[in-house]
Design a protein around this ligand. Structure first.
Ligand code: FAD
Length: 500
């Protein structure tokens, strides 16, 4: 038994980040290892957005041991097969960044190189025709994988849309059942140890003092502990990701929610549409440097699929990241650690991966700097690579119809991204460092979707005889089409399994 074990974890903030951390820690540490107390304030509230996810969330749910249908029922959730990007590369264009497999790899070469060969000589125009999840999304179909041998139906990759408030409540029940103490109150100050500068305790408005060994800052954009108390700085990325505001509003949906997120480019940003079972979540993310708030609000309200269900809410943010995510005895998660706008639904995932990393480097009360440095190094790496992926959407555009798009189209980008684009342009290869979140297929789909067309394809594709090539391409396409036709509608699948 290590006498220096952490005895008490204090989590400040009960948004998605706070309750995800509380749920995961209560599951893994069990109530026996140490106490966990979460402080949140109903009077301050949460950001209340954050409703689209990526497939990795299934790992988190699995780790918690959640029943997926129950989770969807309780969060009014729907399934998500990808994101449709409308008007991004050019006005009138649209493509899907779909999850999961594209076509069928052959002879060890990714399928998309075969598609490139076909495309470059005037064949197929859209790689989405070979992607089960893209086709199913557009046809409003969904099912989970079944055991069907080689069929693409054996491997269907998906994520979820859900109501952020209901998700936090769901996780809160889960964590409280496992011993997490919830304290209602407004944190006004953190007391630091005089010698090491560690956080010793936090004080609430009503005078209560809560002590702890490890503090987790989930206080949102306020960053009460990591920023205000410990003075850790913030790297501003607005020169690459210039959007810094969002209007969010729910609207009425119908009983046939689309199984994908839609992102439509607007004159100074973009608009999201996230269909849930009981409503549609919408938001207009924009740059205040290029558009007034009132105009952005009007654009959002003019482009809803149904009647608004509330007044639009304005959120202000600065894209970027903390200089350090773990400093002394404080780890920042969620919005307190940085924010990159919801273009690829990565924020909730970043909470999940940070919690997993915290568990890998779980400290004792010595707080070994070697572990803290490695935690920070890995988190910087993860965020920087996601940042590049998001910048790609803005930079790879032909749009010149507004000052915003002129800026994005011509802005200087990080060398790491410039190199990836050049490599792809040359021969269709995607070169990734291990540990990057987005895989080769995601990069390929977005590059092609945004209009970056390679000059060539993998030379070994030519090893397949010409007479076989056309036959294989046709066969793969028709297997995918037949598989999609066999899938039920998203609406029917939800009705059969997880209606709210
Ligand atoms: P918050 O939700 O802000 O929670 C902060 C908590 O701290 C609250 O409980 C608050 O009461 C508490 N608090 C603050 N100050 C005090 C205090 N003094 N005393 C006590 N308690 C305090 N992510 C995705 O993955 N997918 C998306 O589609 C997506 N869309 C987004 C759209 C927008 C416009 C924005 C801004 C974000 C989006 N995100 C999305 C990000 C996602 O919303 C957040 O990552 C997630 O909600 C986590 O937020 P949080 O818990 O860090 O902060």
């Amino acid at each position: 038994m290590n006498n220096n074990n952490i005895r008490k974890i204090v989590i400040v903030g009960g948004g998605t980040a706070g309750w995800m951390a509380a749920a995961a820690l209560s599951r893994v540490l069990k109530n026996r290892f140490c106490d966990i107390e979460l402080v949140e304030s109903e009077s301050i509230g949460t950001v209340g957005v954050g409703e689209a996810t990526i497939p990795q969330i299934q790992v988190f749910n699995h780790m918690l041991g959640l029943d997926e249908d129950e989770f969807l029922r309780k969060t009014c959730g729907t399934f998500k097969l990808g994101i449709q990007f409308v008007d991004w590369g050019r006005k009138g264009d649209s493509y899907i960044h779909a999850f999961g497999e594209v076509g069928k790899d052959m002879d060890g070469i990714p399928f998309y190189h075969y598609w490139l060969k076909d495309h470059l000589r005037g064949g197929s125009r859209d790689i989405g025709e070979y992607t089960l999840t893209a086709l199913a999304a557009l046809q409003g179909r969904f099912m989970r994988s079944v055991n069907a041998g080689n069929s693409p139906l054996s491997n269907i990759t998906y994520a979820f849309h859900f109501d952020a408030g209901l998700y936090a409540r769901f996780l809160r029940e889960y964590a409280q059942q496992r011993g997490v103490i919830r304290t209602e109150g407004v944190v006004v100050k953190a007391a630091l140890e005089p010698d090491r500068g560690f956080i010793e305790s936090i004080r609430l408005e009503d005078g209560r003092v809560i002590e702890g060994d490890l503090f987790i800052d989930c206080s949102g954009f306020r960053a009460l502990l990591i920023g205000e108390a410990l003075g850790v700085g913030y790297e501003d990325w607005r020169h690459w990701l210039p959007c810094d505001r969002a209007w969010a509003v729910p609207c009425e949906g119908d009983d046939n929610p689309a199984p994908y997120t839609r992102s439509t480019a607007r004159a100074a940003g973009w608009q999201w549409r996230i269909p849930l079972q009981h409503r549609i979540g919408n938001g207009h993310v924009f740059s205040s440097q290029f558009m007034e708030e009132d105009e952005a609000r009007e654009i959002l309200l003019r482009n809803l699929d149904g009647a608004p269900l509330a007044d639009p809410k304005l959120l202000r943010f600065t894209t970027g990241k903390r200089d350090r995510f773990w400093h002394k005895n404080c780890v920042a998660l969620g919005l307190a650690s940085g924010f990159m706008e919801p273009l690829e639904s990565t924020s909730i995932h970043l909470v999940q991966s940070a919690v997993a990393r915290l568990l890998s480097f779980f400290p004792d009360r010595h707080f070994d700097p070697v572990d803290i440095d490695e935690y920070n190094r890995q988190t910087h790496f993860e965020m920087d690579r996601i940042r590049d992926f998001l910048i790609l959407h803005y930079r790879a555009t032909e749009r010149d119809d507004s000052d915003f798009w002129d800026y994005c189209r011509t802005m200087k980008i990080p060398d790491s991204l410039a190199q990836k684009i050049e490599q792809f342009r040359a021969n269709g290869r995607i070169v990734r460092a291990s540990g990057e979140l987005f895989n080769e297929l995601s990069w390929m789909e977005v590059m092609l979707g945004q209009g970056i067309l390679p000059r060539g394809y993998h030379p070994l594709v030519d090893a397949m005889p010409e007479d076989r090539f056309a036959g294989r391409m046709h066969e793969i396409k028709s297997v995918i089409e037949r598989s999609v036709a066999a899938m039920p509608s998203h609406r029917d699948f939800i009705a059969a399994h997880c209606r709210m």
